[in-house]
Ligand binder design. Structure first.
Ligand SMILES: NC(=O)c1ccc[n+]([C@@H]2O[C@H](COP(=O)([O-])OP(=O)(O)OC[C@H]3O[C@@H](n4cnc5c(N)ncnc54)[C@H](O)[C@@H]3O)[C@@H](O)[C@H]2O)c1
Length: 246
């Protein structure tokens, strides 16, 4: 069996360490580079089949450009990109296959699917709120996963996503309108990642919750995405493609 040769970028971080540990249990993968600040990613990329990036938002564009230059596949786990960074990354989709997912866990991708179904079934009478909680060291907010959930809700409700968002509430904000989606980011302790989508109507409420208790769930998904993406045509894919949920 030929192994998929991967580089892990951001290897000293929480996710990088989980990726290294999980990859060691996958004989179909070989980690040929564990790269962090100060290491020479450019020298290693030609020797790899795919790069997995779990670093920082302003690093991903350069990683994607390196992969495009050498025609190597890319798995993007990093979150918190600006609109300009996102469009620079998207620009490279004609050159290489890329998997870009705000969350690589199977459970969260099921939550994405359920959220779309619930929003479609419950309809506009239900108020939409998303609550997420992460560890105290997380740098971006709301989380990439919460942003994907908000995009799904905005899409089903046909709302201009950014105008509809209410980031927390403070002061005399007035009554809630039906065209808003609340988002609340809680930070504390060592929480790996909790997400709840609330559908609230008069007389009843539906809540969909996912709680991650180990980073291995994201790491295993990203590694699975790496073995999958190396045989795909150039373009953009997400975890639903990898899991065959589309
Ligand atoms: N998509 C998912 O499923 C998922 C899951 C968890 C975390 N994340 C995201 O992954 C990213 C990393 O999370 P984390 O908790 O591991 O963060 P972390 O801060 O623990 O690790 C990030 C690592 O990237 C390194 N880094 C920074 N700049 C770099 C550069 N120029 N080159 C190489 N390495 C560089 C840092 O030194 C650090 O070791 C965050 O954006 C987080 O939101 C995504």
């Amino acid at each position: 069996m030929s192994q998929t040769r991967i580089i892990i970028n951001g290897s000293k971080g929480r996710m990088g360490q989980a990726l290294i540990a999980c990859a060691a249990r996958m004989p179909e993968l070989e980690v040929i580079g564990a790269v962090d600040v100060g290491d020479d990613l450019a020298a290693l990329v030609p020797k790899a089949d795919a790069v997995i990036d779990f670093s920082f938002h302003n690093v991903t564009v350069g990683v994607a450009e390196l992969c495009a230059k050498h025609k190597k596949a890319l798995v993007i786990g990093t979150t918190g990109h600006s609109d300009a960074e996102k469009s620079a990354i998207r620009h490279l989709q004609s050159a290489i296959p890329m998997v870009w997912a705000s969350n690589y866990s199977t459970g969260v991708n099921t939550l994405f699917w359920l959220t779309r179904k619930a929003a479609e079934i419950l309809g506009p009478g239900f108020d939409l709120e998303v609550v997420e909680m992460h560890h105290r060291l997380k740098k971006d907010a709301p989380s990439g996963t919460a942003t994907t959930l908000l995009e799904i809700l905005g899409d089903v409700r046909n709302l201009q996503f950014k105008d509809a968002l209410r980031h927390g509430r403070e002061g005399i904000v007035g009554e809630r309108t039906s065209n808003e989606i609340g988002i609340h980011a809680i930070r504390g302790g060592d929480v790996v990642g909790d997400h709840t989508v609330i559908f609230a109507n008069v007389g009843e409420r539906v809540e969909l919750t996912h709680k991650a208790s180990s980073r291995d769930t994201f790491a295993n998904g990203a590694l699975r995405a790496a073995t999958w993406v190396v045989s795909q045509k150039p373009g953009f894919y997400d975890m639903q493609d990898v899991l065959g949920l589309k």
